[in-house]
Design a protein around this ligand. Structure first.
Ligand code: FEO
Length: 178
């Protein structure tokens, strides 16, 4: 049975994952409107991935005797200065989510909730991967540049990263269903 304190912060984490999914979908829409097919497809996959993170939490809470209340979502930011700003905001969002996952780990450690701690290990590893991916993308922007043909090349590069992310998404969905 979940400690009510743990249940509450797991539900708060669901809200963060839902907000992250909405932000990424909003980024997808802005990028698509700009004709950036590679970037927009990548962000759509990221939005779907964040949704699976929320669903995985929902299932865990309900399977553990709690009640996963579905969060409402505020309208996300919908306009961006440029592509670099989009990916800087992705990194900020991922760092914010990592710190809230680490806070959850702290609370569960203090309460000796070993089952939830075990469940959260997947999120700790996932956040490490997502932060790494966001930094890699920002590095690519620095290397390729976004002037002239740079934006075209960067968009093409993001289109190829999409394939890898899709494969990771399928893994996450599989883990969620387990
Ligand atoms: Fe589910 Fe990237 O936070």
């Amino acid at each position: 049975m979940l400690d009510p304190k743990v249940e509450k912060i797991l539900i708060e984490q669901m809200a963060k994952e839902a907000a992250s999914s909405a932000l990424y979908l909003s980024m997808h829409s802005w990028l698509e409107m700009k004709g950036l097919e590679g970037c927009s497809t990548f962000m759509f996959a990221q939005a779907e991935e964040e949704r699976t993170h929320m669903l995985k939490l929902m299932k865990y809470i309900n399977d553990s005797g709690g009640h996963a209340i579905i969060p409402g979502v505020k309208q996300p930011k919908h306009s961006f200065k440029n592509v670099k700003e989009v990916f800087q905001l992705v990194l900020e969002s991922e760092m914010d989510i990592s710190s809230s996952i680490h806070n959850l780990v702290d609370v569960c450690t203090k309460l000796k909730d070993y089952t939830t701690l075990h469940f959260l290990q997947w999120y700790v590893a996932e956040q490490h991967e997502e932060e790494k991916l966001s930094r890699t993308i920002l590095d690519k922007i620095e290397i390729i540049g976004l002037e002239g043909n740079g934006l075209y090349l960067f968009d093409k590069e993001m289109g190829s990263m999409q394939v890898q992310t899709e494969m990771k998404s399928q893994d996450a969905a599989g883990a969620g269903a387990a």
